[in-house]
Ligand binder design. Structure first.
Ligand SMILES: Cc1cc2nc3c(=O)[nH]c(=O)nc-3n(C[C@H](O)[C@H](O)[C@H](O)COP(=O)(O)O)c2cc1C
Length: 344
């Protein structure tokens, strides 16, 4: 089952082999989550998208989104906007922050964003896309990459023209979310466009959309000539996926679900990072969405989860988790063949 193909992608000074990247995701890929995914094996991690207009106005929330730790490198910071001057100014801010890669969002489907002539709206205005990208490549020394979609809708798929246009601007790589804007997140990603694009341009192409398992990674590398892959939703609540993929692609090793010890250790590492980077109690409150992922499938975990999401201190969380571990120990003592106590 080993990944037979060897791919190498060069972005600036970064050599990425059989690359599997963490996708930018708003309200998901914050610093703590990125650090965890990086530790698990993600080759490049991306910030959530940041509004250029907010960045140049020093909006603290947007500045915070750009903050990263040294152990995240290489880190890509993603920006979006409709005005070339604001995008150029914010690109310089991103570069000054020490980021390794500047990523431009030409793919966001959300109405509020496209109505503002940003994100996927640029798929309908290739002249603005070209001019904006050219100016951004000129404005910074770090590599500039782009993330976009196949086209606006099924009747106007223009990814080949988009890729050719972007290649001429000097970008370092192009990520293609293999859906149209119209599809939003519905339907299936159509990976067949990757080879059609690769035939026409010389750019590193990163495949994105519906990569959910080590087997998908193998299939994507086998069926397409992509230079790397990017994973979004499948990593939410399951950062261990990167570890499974790396074990599979590097050593032909199939590793199963993470052990209970690994899940709990990662939960506390993630929680501590959250509090460290966002402060208390915000870091604790914002962590609540993560309990279900870490405890998924564990015997009787829903009862504990309900208590965890209202817990008000780290001590309380430790004590609830200890109770859960005790109950699981008891469960295993009576049903030893149930490895994780899965079934609730
Ligand atoms: C909650 C959420 C937030 C997202 N935010 C962003 C974003 O900020 N920038 C971006 O380029 N794409 C964003 N996306 C799209 C993902 O990066 C990715 O293209 C999409 O989820 C398809 O990949 P997947 O099938 O692996 O999830 C977001 C997706 C989700 C689910």
């Amino acid at each position: 089952m080993k990944i037979n193909k060897f791919t190498k992608m060069i972005i600036g000074k970064h050599n990425i082999e059989n690359g599997v990247l963490l996708a930018p995701m708003e309200s998901v890929t914050d610093l703590p989550f990125r650090v965890i995914c990086k530790k698990m094996g993600a080759d490049i991690v991306y910030t959530e998208f940041i509004a250029s207009e907010a960045l140049i106005r020093d909006v603290q929330r947007s500045i915070n989104k750009m903050q990263f730790r040294e152990d995240e490198r290489p880190i890509a910071v993603q920006i979006f906007g409709s005005k070339i001057e604001s995008m150029v100014e914010s690109a310089k801010i991103v570069e000054e922050s020490g980021a390794d890669i500047l990523d431009i969002n030409y793919g966001c489907w959300v109405k509020k964003v496209v109505n503002n002539n940003s994100g996927a709206a640029l798929l309908k205005d290739l002249s603005l896309m070209e001019n904006m990208t050219k100016e951004l490549v000129k404005a910074v020394k770090i590599p500039v990459t782009v993330k976009t979609r196949l086209g606006w809708d099924e009747n106007s798929i223009n990814i080949i023209e988009v890729a050719k246009t972007l290649e001429s601007t000097g970008i370092a790589a192009l990520t293609i979310h293999c859906r149209t804007r119209e599809m939003a997140m519905r339907g299936n990603a159509d990976w067949t466009w990757i080879n059609r694009v690769k035939e026409k341009v010389n750019l590193p192409i990163i495949l994105n959309g519906d990569v959910r398992s080590p087997q998908d990674v193998k299939r994507a590398f086998a069926e397409t000539n992509c230079d790397a892959l990017m994973i979004g939703r499948a990593a939410i609540g399951n950062p261990f996926l990167f570890k499974q993929i790396k074990a599979f692609s590097n050593n032909n090793e199939i590793i199963g679900e993470p052990s209970l010890e690994e899940r709990i250790n990662t939960l506390f590492l993630h929680l501590n990072l959250n509090i460290e980077s966002k402060g208390f109690p915000r870091g604790l409150y914002e962590f609540r969405k993560h309990y279900s992922g870490y405890l998924k499938g564990l015997y009787n975990s829903s009862q504990y989860r309900q208590r965890l999401v209202v817990a008000m201190s780290v001590e309380e969380i430790h004590s609830i988790i200890n109770e859960l571990l005790e109950e699981l120990n008891h469960y295993w003592a009576t049903k030893p063949d149930q490895e994780l106590g899965v079934g609730n």
